[in-house]
Design a protein around this ligand. Structure first.
Ligand code: ADP
Ligand code: MG
Length: 280
């Protein structure tokens, strides 16, 4: 079994891409589960009103249940709403319910509307008895206020890219938005990771997408790709990650390998972040 290095500081990562269906949620939960399986302590924050990450991790998230909605609006702390994963003892989840769909409008006029999640995460990490190695935020498919909150609360963005024809369309818009957040709110925010999802070894197209992303982003693209796999897509309907549903399958193996790559980046990423912090 591989030894996943523990980061010297909490790494906070938003999994973002304004396109829907590219594998954000699947990536967030399976990377989180892989890190937790390696005994690292992980918090997943579900920031999508659809609550798919909550479902996949087996967290209860009916309307009215304490959730990210209450955290964003300052009614409850992360410590109060988090649930422990039943499958992975070192994995906690802040669930999202459909209630969160009202949040963007409700916070739109608040002066600190961009920093609501940041405030909650900072408070939690400072006060918590537990140390977390990773905080992973699963973003909704938009570039709205919730996603801005995610980007203000973290230091890293991870972008899953689906291996398909229009894969890179919209990437420019996403990177532009990240640039705006850097300029106005969070100067040290870094795109630390890109991951190709739904890779099909049989098609030339998948290889072309990988090569194209590698050409532009050689330093942050993970070497591991996530295969298109029926097992990966079936797992959530059993309220499971693919690590539990099909532990020996290629999907699980790939996500664990991708998580290993992410864990191995820690030293470099954290030292780059520290440099940016000092340079301000
Ligand atoms: P997003 O969060 O970006 O909207 P999801 O992670 O929910 O994307 O994935 C979209 C759909 O594709 C889901 O039904 C999911 O189960 C499926 N899916 C994700 N990754 C894979 C994969 N590697 N192989 C097959 N299906 C996948
Ligand atoms: Mg999603």
């Amino acid at each position: 079994r591989l030894k996943y290095p523990r980061p010297s500081k909490t790494r906070c990562i938003a999994v973002a891409n304004q396109k829907g269906g590219v594998g954000k949620t699947t990536t967030a939960v399976n990377i989180a589960a892989s890190l937790a399986l390696a005994k690292l302590k992980v918090l997943v924050i579900d920031l999508d009103p659809q609550g798919n990450a909550s479902t996949a991790l087996g967290a209860s998230h009916s309307s009215g249940e304490p959730s990210t909605y209450d955290v964003i609006e300052g009614r409850m702390s992360i410590a109060e709403v988090k649930q422990q994963s039943s499958a992975f003892p070192t994995l906690d989840i802040v669930p999202a319910s459909i209630d969160l769909s009202g949040a963007e409008l409700e916070i739109a006029d608040m002066a600190n509307r961009n920093n609501l999640l940041k405030t909650a995460v900072e408070r939690f990490l400072e006060s918590s008895k537990h140390h977390y190695d990773f905080v992973i935020v699963d973003c909704p498919p938009s570039l709205g206020l919730l996603v801005i909150n995610a980007m203000c609360a973290v230091t890293e963005v991870m972008i899953p890219i689906q291996a398909e024809y229009y894969a890179l369309e919209g990437l420019g818009q996403l990177i532009h938005t990240i640039g705006l957040v850097q300029d106005h709110f969070n100067p040290i925010l870094t795109i630390s990771t890109m991951l190709i999802t739904m890779y099909d070894r049989r098609t030339l197209l998948s290889k072309q997408v990988y090569d194209e992303v590698e050409k532009h982003y050689p330093d942050i693209l993970l070497h591991t790709t996530i295969p298109r796999s029926v097992r990966i897509s079936e797992a959530p309907s059993f309220e499971k990650t693919v690590l539990e549903y099909d532990p020996r399958g290629l999907g699980a193996i790939s996500y664990r390998e991708a998580a290993y790559e992410i864990a191995k980046q820690s030293k470099r990423v954290l030292s780059e972040l520290a440099k940016k912090q000092q340079g301000r």
